[in-house]
Write a protein of this length. Sequence first.
Length: 294
Amino acid sequence: MSRNDVPDVLRDPKTGKSYKKGKFLGKGGFAYCYELTDTDTMEVYAGKVVSKTLLVKQHQKDKMAQEISIHRNLNHAHIVGFKSHFEDSDNVYIILELCRRRTLMELHKRRRHITEPEARYFIKQILEACVYLHSARIIHRDLKLGNLFLNDELEIKIGDFGLATQLGYDGERKRTLCGTPNYIAPEVLNKRGHSYEVDVWSLGCIMFTLLCGRPPFETSSLKETYSRIRKNEYTIPTVRNLSRSACDLIHKMLRGDPSSRPQMSALMHDPWLKEGFMPVRLPSSCLTMAPRLD
Ligand code: ADP
């Protein structure tokens, strides 16, 4: 599919709604994404367009169906809103809440390391969404900067449920994961069975990356990175001068043994979140430079 193969007006046959195609927003592994305006209400959404030519193999169709079936039932202030989905003979369309300020990946590329109050503001919102997901027995399994979208108010919206799974019961352990998560946990590499703790691990990697300016296990080769993950080999750079409670929290989330990592709900009460300065909102200048938070 090329960008030109997407019609100028999309019609949802189920609701009768039409959407006018606007600005191109970006391209992912499978999807082209556009701004879409509801022609009745003039509300603007993000529309993900996935060509059916990419959904030939059964497992590709299954993954797409899984992503939709998990995401469509979610409703939380810090999860990308799911409006509807439909298809025509060429494409599958997913209509989502628009997040105009890109993702934490672009913020990280621009800023490298951010301040503790900024990280506290973002981590708290991610935690709230994860508590909600885990209480619905859903594991995201690919929490990373590029899946943490930002709206105009710089509020976090977790997106991309392409690797997510729903457990049948709480003690279940998943044996397989179809795809390559960015911040992959050691128990996934070792194929010993994994569960909610993989999201805690990823959140530890996210917090490290936001505060230190680079991921904890990064090397120039994937093989070497995986070897460091298996050995739990990482150090928090002292030049960043992180507070003791920030370092403690990172260490707790990055414990090699999944059963000794705290649960998301317990992390909500962590001293680092409670005791330091928590901004109510961040100015949009944060996208490019460190704020004066006083
Ligand atoms: P894929 O699942 O194929 O990887 P993504 O979910 O990464 O697709 O989406 C592709 C691109 O579309 C993203 O990089 C981002 O730029 C843009 N995008 C996706 N969802 C939204 C959204 N809700 N709001 C704004 N832009 C979005």
